[in-house]
Design a protein around this ligand. Structure first.
Ligand code: ADP
Ligand code: MG
Length: 378
């Protein structure tokens, strides 16, 4: 039997009358990779703070491998085997990645002792294998200050692993990273998950999709829902909580996005090309300024990831102009998936879903023809 690496029982943290955590019951198995998500203010950071001993619970307790952490000081918790990676990288910028890892392997020694003595062979081998894991072999001996943001994040994850913790806590590792860097962090965490217990806090839904097995949704300091990413994204409570805090998109926009996403989803998967076309079109329709469009695209990405089944939404789009707009976006999306190199034909399910949408929109045939002809030309 493997047992639980981490449990919390009725965990409550009261900040001057405000409960940042409220009777939180959580547990994860040894060897598990768990992702915790939740809107801003849900209590995610406070949750990590109680595990690492930075914040003491007002009520309830945290158990690490069955041991109650109440009153155990932070540095001792680190020694017990809980390592935490903070949002911003904390690497020594004028040392090389290799030196940073050497330091992390030798936390008990001081900086100078580590730098001026050759590390033992076993450490050197461990560091080389870590450099391979984090994909920094070719940059092992340049100053860490020259690394990209994503590389620094990978280095810091490597430094965390070098301390051989039993449980890795990782707070928003992909904030501010490019798509490619994000995917690399995802691959790294998946590789580490083969031999570590990892708890990841994350906002970026696409990233969560990439790495998640079991997801816990926090809301107002308690567990709102727990399940696979698919279950989470289809749970009405979760959707409400997430949508509730996105004020810059109105209900009508939301409906259009849901309709188009549901159509594109008819074959069970949304191709990246389809998402891109939707995002660009919708953001251009609803925002004029470039920055605003970019912001909206980011938001929309999360909406689309929270793919929801549509019921009678089309009936609620009542202006003809909006119906025509919707048809145009839907047709573009169908066309874009037909251009996908991996599957260069219109998928039958999608085509059927599109035909159904056309029927529901109930536009005059000449309008449909005009929209389709125009879209095909451009
Ligand atoms: P998340 O990380 O999910 O965004 P946090 O754990 O940072 O949420 O915060 C949860 C809530 O607790 C927020 O409303 C925040 O304002 C509040 N909070 C966090 N830390 C403190 C503190 N030290 N004192 C008072 N309120 C706090
Ligand atoms: Mg936070």
């Amino acid at each position: 039997m493997k047992g639980k690496i981490l449990e919390t029982e009725n965990l409550t943290v009261n900040f001057d009358g405000f409960k940042a955590l409220n009777n939180l019951n959580f547990n994860m198995e040894v060897g598990e990779l768990r992702v915790v998500i939740g809107p801003n203010g849900a209590g995610k950071t406070t949750f990590l703070d109680t595990i690492t001993g930075k914040v003491q619970p007002t009520e309830g307790r945290v158990l690490f491998k069955g041991r109650n952490l109440r009153g155990v000081p932070e540095h001792q918790i680190v020694r017990l085997g809980i390592g935490r990676k903070f949002q911003t990288p904390r690497v020594y910028l004028n040392l090389t990645p290799r030196e940073n890892l050497e330091l992390a392997c030798n936390r008990q020694k001081n900086v100078f002792a580590t730098l001026f003595s050759r590390p033992p062979l076993s450490d050197r081998q461990q560091i080389l294998s870590l450099l391979e894991t984090i994909g920094l072999v070719s940059k092992a001996d340049i100053a860490a200050g020259l690394l990209s943001h994503g590389e620094k994040q990978r280095l810091e994850i490597g430094m965390l692993v070098a301390q051989s913790p039993d449980l890795l806590l990782v707070d928003e590792p992909v904030a501010g990273l490019t798509d490619e860097e994000t995917a690399q962090i995802g691959d790294l965490l998946l590789a580490l998950a083969e031999s570590h217990s990892i708890l990841v806090i994350e906002h970026d839904m696409e990233f969560v999709r990439q790495i998640a097995r079991k997801v816990t949704v926090l809301h107002e300091g308690s567990v709102l829902y727990e399940g696979t990413i698919e279950q989470v994204q289809n749970d009405p409570k979760v959707i409400e909580v997430y949508l509730g805090q996105k004020p810059s998109i109105n209900a009508q926009q939301m409906k259009m996005i849901r309709i188009v996403a549901a159509m594109a989803w008819a074959d069970g998967q949304l191709a990246p090309e389809e998402i891109d076309v939707m995002l660009v079109r919708l953001s251009q329709m609803f925002a004029s300024d470039r920055e605003q469009q970019k912001e909206l695209q980011l938001e929309l990405r999360n909406y689309i990831a929270a793919n929801v089944a549509v019921d009678n939404l089309v009936a609620e789009i009542d202006s003809d102009a909006e119906r025509e707009q919707l048809l145009k976006i839907a047709y573009d999306v169908i066309q874009s998936s037909a251009r996908s190199p991996s599957e260069p034909v219109i998928n039958e399910d999608e085509a059927a879903a599109y035909q159904q949408l056309v029927k529901m929109l109930n536009l005059p045939p000449e309008v449909v023809q005009r929209v389709e002809a125009k879209a095909t030309q451009s």
